[in-house]
Every structure is written in structure tokens, then in C-alpha cells.
Design a protein around this ligand. Structure first.
Ligand SMILES: [Zn+2]
Length: 204
């Protein structure tokens, strides 16, 4: 049973409780257990704080603030874990890797950090597959569809989607380039939006 706030409101008991939190953070990897035990112990300490603040040293307070940050961090990690199986795009994976690395900085030195590092590694391994499986192929599929109705150059050759390497701008270039030097054509904003994935379809 938990102690009542008044019963534990002395420095020694607070020291004991804080020592338990230290042990928990140092030794337990499992995020669910860290989260629930930490929440429980912090709730007890908050009760003690409300009952008698004078028993808390400034070191206690500093440690408890850090423990509260870690508690929030682990709770966020648990939320992110639910998202991981649903990630389909490389961009989503990169965003989550960044957030996980931010969380790791907050829990640095705690055992649960290893769990986060493991998820970051797992996502990193999935990343190349994700970008090929989605970003690239969607783009290529759209390009092929667009090229079915490609304009022709001034000499009558079919044109292809090209990209200016410096500016990234898309344009139509002759498929026989460099043997045909007919001028390139601008691509309509509608077609560009379609290729960039901003427009869902080519329909007028
Ligand atoms: Zn041509």
C-alpha cells in the first residue's frame, strides 16, 4: 500500500522514494513498466510535497523535475510505438526518428533509452525500402501517366519529363535529345502539381 503524504513527509522517506526512482530508471528497459512505476512514485511524492514542502531539499526538487520530464518523455515514446507499424513513407519515418532522438536526449543515461535506440535503428533499416516502395514509385507512375499525353517537339518527336538539376524545375524535353536539339517546353502548373503529388489526378 502507498504511504499517506503526511507519513512519508520527511527527508529520509523522500530519499528512499527517490532512490527507488533512480533504480527504476537505471535498470528497467521496459517502457510500460518505467511509465507506470514512475507515475505511481511521482504521485506519492507530489502528495508529500503538498503536505510538507519543507522536507524537500533543492536537490530533491531538481531530481523530481527531471523525473517528471522523463515520465512525459516515456509516455510520448509509448504513443509513438503505436504509430510505428503504420508508417508507410520515408518522410514519416524520418520525422519519427528525429523525435525519438530528441526523446533519447531527455532520457540519456536511463535504461529505457536503449529501447528508443533500438526503434531508431529499426526505422533506419526500413527507410531505404520505404522510399523506394512509396515516394519513388508513386512519382514514376505519375510520370508515366503524364508522358502518355506528352507534347511533341518542333520536329515531331515525343517529349519526356525532365528536371533542371540546379533549379529542380520540371519541363518537357525531346526524347531524342541530344540528337534532336529542338527547344524544351515549359510544363503547365497543373502537370507539375500532379507530378509533385499536390494534385490528386490529371483530370481537368
Ligand atoms: Zn525532337
Amino acid at each position: 500500500m502507498l504511504q499517506t503524504p503526511v507519513a512519508m513527509a520527511n527527508s529520509l522517506q523522500i530519499d528512499g522514494e527517490i532512490e527507488q526512482i533512480h533504480q527504476l530508471l537505471e535498470t528497467v528497459h521496459a517502457e510500460q513498466r518505467v511509465s507506470s512505476e514512475l507515475m505511481e512514485r511521482l504521485t506519492v511524492l507530489r502528495g508529500a510535497w503538498r503536505a510538507d514542502r519543507s522536507s524537500f531539499t533543492s536537490e530533491h526538487v531538481a531530481f523530481l523535475q527531471r523525473a517528471r520530464d522523463i515520465e512525459q518523455c516515456v509516455a510520448r515514446f509509448i504513443v509513438l510505438l503505436d504509430f510505428l507499424p503504420e508508417i508507410e513513407e520515408a518522410e514519416e519515418a524520418s520525422t519519427i526518428i528525429e523525435e525519438l532522438n530528441d526523446l533519447r536526449r531527455i532520457v540519456k543515461g536511463c535504461a529505457v533509452e536503449k529501447r528508443m535506440a533500438k526503434e531508431v535503428r529499426g526505422l533506419g533499416e526500413r527507410l531505404p525500402g520505404l522510399s523506394v516502395a512509396n515516394g519513388e514509385s508513386v512519382r514514376l507512375e505519375r510520370q508515366r501517366r503524364l508522358e502518355r499525353s506528352a507534347p511533341t517537339c518542333s520536329r515531331g518527336h515525343a517529349m519526356e519529363v525532365r528536371q533542371n538539376r540546379q533549379s529542380g524545375e520540371l519541363f518537357w524535353g525531346c526524347s531524342r535529345f541530344p540528337f534532336c536539339m529542338a527547344p524544351a517546353r515549359e510544363m503547365s502548373p497543373r502537370h507539375q502539381a500532379f507530378l509533385d503529388g499536390e494534385a490528386a489526378d490529371l483530370d481537368e
